[in-house]
Ligand binder design. Sequence first.
Ligand SMILES: [Zn+2]
Length: 686
Amino acid sequence: MKMKQSKRELKAPFLLHGGDYNPDQWLKYPEVLKEDIDLMQSAHTNTFSVGIFAWSALEPEEGLYNFEWLDKIFDDIHSFGGKVILATPSGARPAWMSKKYPDVLRVNAERVKQLHGGRHNHCFTSPTYLEKTEKINRKLAERYGKHPALLLWHISNEYSGDCHCDNCQAAFREWLKEKYDENLEALNDAWWGPFWSHTFTDWEQVESPSPNGEDGVHGLRLDWRRFSTDQTVRFMENELVPIREITPDIPVTTNFMADTPDLIPFRGLDYNRFADKIDVISWDAYPTWHNDWETTAELAMKVGFIDDLYRTLKDQPFLLMENTPSAVNWHPVNKAKRPGMHILASMQMLAHGSDSILYFQWRKSRGSTEKFHGAVVDHDRSPDNRVFQEVAELGKRMEKLAALQGTHRAAEVAFLYDWENDWALEDAQGYGLDSKQYIKTMHAHYRPFWKQDIPVDVIMKDHDFSKYKLLVVPMLYMMNNQTAEKLEVFVKNGGKLVMTYISGVVNEHDLVHNGEWQDKLTGIFGIRPLETDTLYPRDRNHVLYRSKHYEVKDYATVLELTGAKTLGDYEEDFYKGTSAVTEHAYGEGIAYYIGARLEDAFQDDFYAELLKTELINSPVGITKQEGVSIQVRYNEDSLFVFIMNFSEETRDIQLDQLYDDVLDGGNVEGDIQLDSYEVKVLRVSK
Ligand SMILES: [Zn+2]
């Protein structure tokens, strides 16, 4: 299966700069709305997402619509050449709806029906909510579908959560009947029914997981999360019906999230299941810059990982739909971005494939929970403050980068990431309950590539593996036979594959593979994992690899070699002298297995060696110091090279050739210095 590219492309006349605009909060302040239009131009912004939570302004009473205010916003933004991203308002609903149609309200896992309030808390199965969202979306599409300012649809907002109401329970049972072909025995087999007498004899006995009910059947938990994703996707598809019908040429997106504070991919929904339903991937990025537990460069590496994941979902440029020009209001500590950080962080987004820098939010609200969330326009309403000035400066620089729009990234290295695997690994009652850390393990293996400026795609198990030279598969605990077969074909045809401990343990039902390690994996890797030793947090072992000693913590898998050769051996404990790291020639390729959780220095040295052997290099020959990231986008005739200093020190850079300096003008070559948080964007013909 190919990556899910869309034919309905975003046709923007510029890199998008702007963000969430909530004029519905300011309808009683016409002077503010007028001021906004002037300030938008002063800030060098051009695109605004409107209507995200505007349902009560659009339909103040059931069936009574008020679009005049939005007409004016469309026209005013259009008047200065700006574009509108029009949101469907389903992220929050008016109080009249909850009161009259209580089936729209969500029921939580404890089976408590929620009251009206907040947002993102509706039932995705509710017949009322499906009907009402379809209807308001139809009205919006009819009214604005042909407006020249309309650029893109923003479907709902940050879809998340699940609902356990009776409608959802019934839908879950129907989903299961379809999945298991109406065969309850197949469900019982998949869920390991006889354990603790959990065999079902009637579909009506099946209920969603609950902390005060069934919470330990892993197959049920996994299927519930799959169902909740599918139910959200179905809800979104229902929202799309009038939009596709009335505005077939306008692309759509829905904004994805990341979980903080560690900035990991959002775990609540399998975003891969959304990828072929939308035309453009967009996400909301709120890294905790300048925190007190990691370096700026370390956090930048994590941002790079998610960018590479979300971009690869459709293998095309993505949009940064939300970020803050300064602080947010919902981190434990809401620290302002230091001078330069906003431009640096924005350039990183562009470098990894974004065609936009959009904010939440344009103007700070006066009341309620988001009144202190960072915005382009602060409560002082002044264009003179530091944050506004940095936004305007970024806008000017983005205007110089217009040619970047639509350019690509190219990677010879891919990481395999899987949402379902994350869920199953989290459920696994075994290993170390706190030390499994799927994403941290991903980061540990991704970091050396980021440090060496090697472009990486983060792919899904249904993507094409064959376009990559090297595929890295950390902790793929859940692996079905099809994935194992794809890995086999990849290596057989000459691919280099790296897999780690705790991979290939359970199948797609979260049932442990029956018997020894899957024969296919044994064939590929030439090993059998005999047992995985889980260590206490302060336990250590060591591995000797290429005459150097590397520290092992958390996990040490003991291996039997059935054809592989050893690259590194354990140095302590009852498996002292046995293999920890192996290499196996298979077909035209090579499969490497890393059996232990090793310190970062090991990953640095292991991958450096592999990259050298495989002739995988950074796309440019620029040398740099620690904390500097170099990322490249390209089109048919040019390379755009972003050199970004994420360290707190001045850094020396040695350029490998003559470049055009896109931001500062003129040419540049030889040795240059970048101040802390400084960025250069260089261009060279291919
Ligand atoms: Zn429900």
